[in-house]
Design a protein around this ligand. Structure first.
Ligand code: HEM
Ligand SMILES: *[C@@H]1O[C@H](CO)[C@@H](O)[C@H](O)[C@H]1NC(C)=O
Ligand SMILES: *[C@@H]1O[C@H](CO)[C@@H](O)[C@H](O)[C@H]1NC(C)=O
Ligand SMILES: *[C@@H]1O[C@H](CO)[C@@H](O)[C@H](O)[C@H]1NC(C)=O
Ligand SMILES: *[C@@H]1O[C@H](CO)[C@@H](O)[C@H](O)[C@H]1NC(C)=O
Ligand SMILES: *[C@@H]1O[C@H](CO)[C@@H](O)[C@H](O)[C@H]1NC(C)=O
Ligand SMILES: *[C@@H]1O[C@H](CO)[C@@H](O)[C@H](O)[C@H]1NC(C)=O
Ligand SMILES: *[C@@H]1O[C@H](CO)[C@@H](O)[C@H](O)[C@H]1NC(C)=O
Ligand SMILES: *[C@@H]1O[C@H](CO)[C@@H](O)[C@H](O)[C@H]1NC(C)=O
Ligand SMILES: *[C@@H]1O[C@H](CO)[C@@H](O)[C@H](O)[C@H]1NC(C)=O
Ligand SMILES: *[C@@H]1O[C@H](CO)[C@@H](O)[C@H](O)[C@H]1NC(C)=O
Ligand SMILES: *[C@@H]1O[C@H](CO)[C@@H](O)[C@H](O)[C@H]1NC(C)=O
Length: 343
C-alpha cells in the first residue's frame, strides 16, 4: 500500500517534469529554428568577389542613369515586404498563370524599374560563380552599393537568402504601403513585418534620392481630400514649383525629385525638407506633420544629426533584409532572376 501511495504521489511530479521538458523543447525550437541565420561571410569561399562585381556593374549603369541606384534599393524594399526577401518581385509571368508577376501589382506597375540592371548583375555574378548567388541577395547587395555610391553609409550586407519559386501579386497589392495612406496605416504595414517607427522613419530617408511620378502626389496640389484646396501642409513656394512640373491636365507619368535640394545624394536633407514642409509624398510629410506622432522627434533627430540617421538607416536596412528569408534547403538559387529553375 505504502509503495503505491509513493508512486501515486510522485507520478504527478514526473508528469509535470515531462510537460516542462516538452514545453522547454518546443520553446527552444521556436526561438532557435533549425534554419541558419544570414551572415556577412556566406559567400566568402564560394563567391568571394560578389560584392565588387555588383558594385562594378552598378557603377556602369549609373553613368547613363543617375537614378538607377534609387530604383534598385526600392526593388529590395518591395521584395522584402512581400513574403520576405526572396527575389519574388523579379519573377515574370509564366505561360500557365501559376506565376502572377508582382511587377503587375498596383505599387509596382509603371513604377518599379531596374530589372534589366539586375539581369546584368546576375549575368556578371553567374560568370564568376555559377549557380551560387541568389537573386534575393543580389538585391540586398545592390541596395547597399547604391547607398554607398551616393554618399551614404556602407555596411556589411548579411547574405544567404535563397530565391522563391512563387510570386504573390495579391500580397504585393496589399502589403506595400501607398503614398496616400495615413501614418497609422503605414505604421501598421511596417509593424506587420516586424519593423517599428524608428525603422519607418529611417527607411523613409531612402527618399533622399530618386524620383516620383506626378500621379502619386498631384492630389496634394489641387484638390486634396475633396477640399478644392491643396494639402495645407505643403510649403507654398514648393507647391508653386510642383504645380509647374505637374499641371492639372498634364501627364501623371512625369517625374520629379523626391529630394528637391540634393536629388542624387544620399544625405539627411530629406528630413530637413520635411521640417520645411517640402516632403513630396503625403506619406513623407505625414512623418513630421501628423499631430502628436512618435515619428516627429525621430525626424528632428535625423535632420540635426546625419550620423544618427546613417547609423539607424544601416540597422533598419539589416532589419528589413532579415524579413523571412528562405535559407538552408528552402527555395533555390535561380539561374535567371525572371524565372523559376526548370521552367
Ligand atoms: C514608408 C512607406 C513608403 C511609401 C508610401 C513609398 C512610396 C513611394 C512612391 C509612391 C515612390 C514613387 C514611385 C514612382 O513614382 O513610380 C517611391 C519611390 C522611391 N522609394 Fe519609396 N515608399 C516608402 C518607403 C520606402 C522605403 C522603405 C524605401 C527603401 C528603403 C524606399 C525607397 C524609394 C526610392 C529610392 C524611390 C525612388 C525610386 C526611383 O527613382 O526609381 N521607399 N516610394
Ligand atoms: C554563415 O551561414 C552559413 C549557412 O548557414 C554557415 O554555413 C556559415 O558557417 C555561417 N558563417 C558564419 C561565420 O557564421
Ligand atoms: C573582383 O571584381 C572586380 C570587379 O568586377 C574585378 O575588377 C576584380 O578583378 C575581381 N577580383 C578577383 C580576384 O576576381
Ligand atoms: C501603364 O502605363 C501605360 C501608359 O504608359 C498605360 O497605358 C497603362 O494603362 C498603365 N498600366 C496600369 C496598370 O496603370
Ligand atoms: C493587383 O492589383 C492590380 C492593379 O490594381 C490588379 O490588376 C490585379 O488584379 C491585382 N492582383 C491580385 C492578385 O489581386
Ligand atoms: C487605413 O486602413 C483601413 C483598414 O484597412 C482602411 O479602411 C482605410 O481606408 C485606410 N486609410 C487610409 C487613409 O489609407
Ligand atoms: C526599434 O527597434 C530598434 C532595434 O532595431 C530599437 O533600437 C529602437 O529603439 C526601436 N524603436 C522604437 C520606437 O521602439
Ligand atoms: C474636389 O474634389 C471633390 C470630390 O472629388 C469634388 O466634389 C469637387 O468638385 C472638387 N473641387 C474642385 C475645385 O475641383
Ligand atoms: C490645362 O489646364 C489649364 C488650367 O489648369 C488651362 O489653362 C489649359 O488651357 C489647359 N490645357 C489644355 C491643353 O487643356
Ligand atoms: C518653405 O521652404 C523654404 C525653403 O525653400 C523655407 O525657407 C521656408 O521656411 C519654408 N516654409 C515653411 C512654412 O515651412
Ligand atoms: C549624433 O549621432 C551619433 C550617432 O548616434 C552620436 O554618436 C553623436 O554623439 C551625435 N552627435 C550629436 C552632436 O548629438
Ligand atoms: C506551369 O508552368 C511551369 C513552367 O513555366 C511548370 O513548371 C509548372 O509545372 C506548370 N504548372 C502547372 C500546374 O501546369
Amino acid at each position: 500500500m505504502g509503495f503505491f501511495i509513493l508512486i501515486r504521489k510522485t507520478k504527478p511530479k514526473m508528469l509535470s517534469f515531462s510537460s516542462f521538458l516538452a514545453i522547454f523543447i518546443a520553446t527552444f525550437l521556436l526561438l532557435h529554428p533549425s534554419q541558419a541565420q544570414l551572415n556577412a561571410t556566406f559567400y566568402s569561399t564560394t563567391c568571394p568577389n560578389v560584392s565588387n562585381i555588383v558594385t562594378t556593374v552598378l557603377q556602369q549603369a549609373l553613368q547613363s542613369d543617375p537614378r538607377i541606384g534609387a530604383s534598385l534599393i526600392r526593388l529590395h524594399f518591395h521584395d522584402c515586404f512581400v513574403q520576405g526577401c526572396d527575389g519574388s518581385i523579379l519573377l515574370d509571368n509564366n505561360n500557365n498563370g501559376t506565376i502572377q508577376s508582382e511587377k503587375d501589382a498596383a505599387p509596382n506597375t509603371n513604377s518599379t524599374r531596374g530589372f534589366d540592371v539586375v539581369d546584368n548583375i546576375k549575368t556578371a555574378v553567374e560568370n564568376a560563380c555559377p549557380g551560387v548567388v541568389s537573386c534575393a541577395d543580389i538585391l540586398a547587395l545592390a541596395a547597399e552599393s547604391s547607398v554607398s555610391l551616393a554618399g551614404g553609409p556602407s555596411w556589411s550586407v548579411l547574405l544567404g537568402r535563397r530565391d522563391s519559386t512563387t510570386a504573390n501579386q495579391a500580397g504585393a497589392n496589399t502589403s506595400i504601403p501607398a503614398p496616400f495612406e495615413s501614418l497609422s496605416n503605414i505604421t501598421a504595414k511596417f509593424s506587420a513585418v516586424g519593423l517599428n517607427v524608428t525603422d519607418l522613419v529611417a527607411l523613409s530617408g531612402a527618399h533622399t534620392f530618386g524620383r516620383a511620378q506626378c500621379r502619386l502626389f498631384s492630389n496634394r496640389l489641387y484638390n486634396f481630400s475633396g477640399t478644392g484646396q491643396p494639402d495645407p501642409t505643403l510649403n507654398t513656394t514648393y507647391l508653386a514649383n510642383l504645380r509647374q512640373i505637374c499641371p492639372q491636365n498634364g501627364s501623371g507619368f512625369v517625374v520629379t525629385n523626391l529630394d528637391p535640394t540634393t536629388p542624387n545624394a544620399f544625405d539627411s536633407n530629406y528630413f530637413s525638407n520635411l521640417q520645411n514642409n517640402q516632403g513630396l509624398l503625403q506619406s513623407d510629410q505625414e512623418l513630421f506633420s501628423t499631430s502628436g506622432a512618435p515619428t516627429i522627434s525621430i525626424v528632428n533627430l535625423f535632420s540635426s544629426n546625419q550620423s544618427a540617421f546613417f547609423q539607424s538607416f544601416v540597422q533598419s536596412m539589416i532589419n528589413m533584409g532579415n524579413i523571412s528569408p528562405l535559407v538552408g534547403s528552402n527555395g533555390e538559387i535561380r539561374a535567371n532572376c525572371r524565372r523559376v529553375n526548370g521552367s
